[in-house]
Ligand binder design. Structure first.
Ligand code: CP
Ligand code: NVA
Length: 328
């Protein structure tokens, strides 16, 4: 498998075999990390990490993975750089491409990361855009494989805002890897026709099942994994909370939903999650709407069925695999 020089912008650009390869490489790197086996395969290389939106997991995963691989990461905060204000994306791409071996970008429209990739001359990795979050899916699928021993046929139900980065990317990943995927939401939060139709086409080849369902009880019956994400994503306006709460509260992952799925069902979330009052946003939502949890209750989040921290750890190993495969 040779992925050297390839961008990582959306899983639509990767074949099932390539995704499998990245997952296997992630497992190998994870084992080596746990056993203290050094894997500095990219010593002397440098990578630029651009974050136009905030991050804990993705940034830390790119930084720690870079250092584990022997590379030097440089974090670029757009408020302290020229990006966008004084320098266009094509110009930034050409400058960074002369100094760095790879570039990570987290930000707004997918067209921005595509433009960066077009001009950089080095691999560009999507660390989250409005439309896609492909590195997250690798971590999610590695976690599912670790818990279920397989991806094919695993019944994955995504609850909530399915028309944004996580809904789209989980559906694409599921189509590619043969999962039984359901997006469960009110119809106005279903993925757009373009991405949905692409996934249906892919599913014909892989045996995946792609379903859109409005009824949470019907959707979650016998699910292997129930997955959710925040109801308001980064970059969306605060005033939208009221509408989202009204629309999505019936899709909250709570004990009734988990019981309906069955005791072997796992709970997953890309994180960060609003499950208690220990965050400023969580508190202000409580003051305004009287809700002590949003997309997932604290009971489910803290339950034995929740594998969210395995998933978070796997961001490191999978991001490392993406950098290694595309740079080595
Ligand atoms: N899941 C995820 O991308 O987390 P961060 O926003 O903290 O990077
Ligand atoms: N949908 C969320 C994902 C965060 C990892 C967001 O874009 O904010």
């Amino acid at each position: 498998m040779n992925l050297k020089g390839k961008h990582f912008l959306t899983l639509l650009d990767y074949s099932p075999e390539e995704i499998e390869y990245l997952l296997d490489l992630s497992s190998k790197l994870k084992k080596e990390k746990h056993e203290g086996v050094s894997h500095k395969h990219l010593t002397g290389k440098n990578v630029a990490l651009i974050f136009e939106k905030t991050s804990t997991r993705t940034r830390c995963a790119f930084e720690v993975a870079s250092s584990d691989l022997g590379m030097h990461p440089v974090y670029l905060d757009p408020s302290a750089s020229q990006i966008g204000k004084k320098e266009s994306i094509p110009d930034t791409a050409r400058v960074l491409g002369r100094m760095f071996d790879g570039i990570e970008y987290r930000g707004f429209e997918q067209t921005i990361v595509e433009e960066l990739a077009k001009h950089a001359g080095v691999p560009v990795w999507n660390g989250l855009t409005n439309e896609y979050h492909p590195t997250q899916i690798l971590a999610d699928f590695l976690t599912i494989k670790e818990h279920f021993g397989r991806l094919k046929g695993v019944k994955l139900v995504y609850m909530g805002d399915a028309r944004y980065n996580m809904g789209n990317s989980l559906m694409i990943g599921s189509a590619k890897m043969g999962l039984d995927f359901t997006a469960c939401a009110p119809s106005k939060y279903f993925p757009c026709d373009e991405v949905y139709n692409k996934c249906l086409e892919i599913a014909k080849q892989t045996g995946a099942k792609i379903t859109l369902e409005e009824d949470p009880i019907k959707a979650t019956k016998n699910a292997d994994v129930i997955y959710t994400d925040v109801w308001v994503s980064m970059g969306e306006p605060d005033y939208i909370w009221e509408e989202r709460i009204k629309d999505l509260l019936p899709y909250q992952v709570n004990s009734k939903i988990m019981e309906n799925a069955g005791e072997n069902c796992k709970f997953m979330h890309c994180l960060p999650a609003f499950h208690d009052l220990k965050t400023t946003i969580g508190k202000s939502i409580y003051d305004k709407f009287g809700l002590d949890a949003l997309e997932v209750t604290n009971e489910v989040f803290e339950s034995k069925q929740s594998i969210v921290f395995d998933e978070a750890e796997n961001r490191l190993h999978t991001i490392k695999a993406v950098m290694l495969a595309t740079l080595k």
